[in-house]
Write a protein that binds this ligand. Structure first.
Ligand code: ZN
Length: 423
């Protein structure tokens, strides 16, 4: 039978499987993954050796604590030789460049098999949202390279549009497509909702907006629901891990336990249900670039409640965290971070960055160059930012060695001291 369909059927069944079955799936995958990473990735080999363990020490979930945690920075510094398994490369993998709220550029490779598996995982939550094969699905893509990925289109009529486009353009594209469902970053849909509201547009009527990619504040969701007159759902994931958890329209967020192992830790120990913990994720399927006990930089809360929808996939409470800010221009126009972040991660010599809006007309940009940032690259980057603003704003660029993180929790790449009002 057609492989994607087999995946979809198997994965569809998993969500109702007994907890012991899900645990068995996880443990089997972990054993395979640990052996593979140890033998194929120099970084893991070294980390295991430093910790005094071998793959034989990892038999069940209760052994996971023996494996040291890994950070984005550790992976970034050894990429690609130290982490990508032999035989995998940009040519035979799906390549994703993270944008998100990390402020630093990060490349992720997924092997074909893993990518197909994760597409089926996404399809499971789409089904739960009411998205059917005959529905039209309008998706905003942060990374232009991800537009219209073939694997995304399992049985669906999908239109992928670059989220970097101005919100007026996005609304125009969506109206022309007449989607049943829309999906993408919450801040991008807030910006689109403002266009819909200001122009009294009435012919864009999706059944739901499926949000993901950044923290969905309740105020954002309420605003999108009010303007588009539809429900929203939320999803937690990242380019590094793929989909982690999603709302089922009932209680909380279901964790995709058959594709990721999620731990919630405090000082290295698992927290009790209902308590806040650092989210640590093991990607169970990707061999091209194994992620084992990867620190997401998010704070989450595990839940032991069971959901009235009947799914046995474990629950977590909505994520705690802060999303990147909107930049509010002198005219009052609010620019979503989804339009401002991609130009940075598409500039080759930008290692890390942060945009800080001090006043409506004064913006500071801090950049940690990757080696050296050529003048012409910086100018091209600034031009792209100015094109997004299209209003006179003072932009000050500071080249720095290190970017300070403010407060705890996830790093914010765009910070505004002006603040947006949604009414
Ligand atoms: Zn549920």
């Amino acid at each position: 039978m057609w492989k994607p369909l087999v995946n979809v059927m198997k994965i569809y069944g998993n969500q109702f499987a007994a907890p012991e079955t899900l645990k068995r799936i996880q443990e089997k995958r972990i054993r395979v993954l640990v052996h593979f990473a140890y033998n194929n990735s120099p970084l893991y080999h070294r980390k295991f050796r430093d910790a005094g363990i071998t793959p034989e020490d990892i038999v069940g979930l209760e052994d996971m604590y023996k494996i040291p945690l890994i950070t984005k920075e550790e992976i970034r510094t050894v990429f690609p030789q130290g982490i990508v398994a032999p035989g995998f490369s940009r040519e035979n993998c799906t390549v994703k460049t993270t944008s998100g709220t990390s402020g630093s550029v990060f490349t992720m490779l997924y092997d074909r098999e893993a990518e197909a598996y994760f597409s089926a995982i996404s399809y499971r939550d789409h089904l739960a949202q009411g998205l059917r094969p005959w529905h039209k699905f309008f998706v905003l893509q942060h990374d232009p390279a991800q537009l219209n990925r073939p694997s995304r289109t399992i049985l669906q009529r999908v239109k992928g549009v670059s989220g970097i486009l101005p919100e007026e353009e996005l609304v125009k594209e969506a109206r022309a497509f007449q989607p049943d469902f829309m999906g993408g970053h919450p801040s991008a849909y807030v910006a689109m909702a403002t266009v819909v509201k200001n122009n009294e547009i009435k012919d864009l009527n999706p059944q739901a907006v499926l949000l993901g990619g950044e923290v969905a504040y309740p105020s954002y969701r309420k605003y999108i629901e009010k303007i588009f007159e539809c429900r929203t759902s939320n999803k937690y994931g990242s380019y590094e891990t793929h989909s982690i958890a999603w709302e089922c329209q009932h209680l909380g967020m279901h964790i995709n336990a058959d594709s990721v192992l999620v731990e919630f830790l405090k000082r290295g120990e698992p927290v009790a249900p209902g308590e806040r913990g650092e989210v640590v994720v093991t990607n169970l399927w990707n061999r091209a670039m194994p992620l084992i006990r990867y620190r997401m930089g998010d704070i989450g809360i595990p839940s032991e409640e069971s959901c009235s929808c009947g799914r046995s996939l474990p629950l977590m409470k909505d994520l705690e965290g802060r999303a990147d800010d909107f930049i509010v221009l002198p005219s009052g126009r609010a620019v979503p971070p989804t339009r401002l972040i991609p130009p940075f991660f598409l500039t080759p010599h930008v290692g890390q960055f942060k945009m800080i809006q001090e006043t409506k007309s004064w913006i500071r940009i801090q950049i940690v160059p990757r080696e050296t940032l050529p003048e012409e690259e910086e100018n091209a980057l600034l031009q792209q930012i100015r094109n997004v603003f299209q209003e006179p704003v003072d932009i000050e660029v500071e080249r720095v060695e290190k970017i300070q993180q403010e407060g705890r929790g996830k790093f914010k790449a765009v910070i505004s001291k002006v603040g947006i009002s949604l009414a």
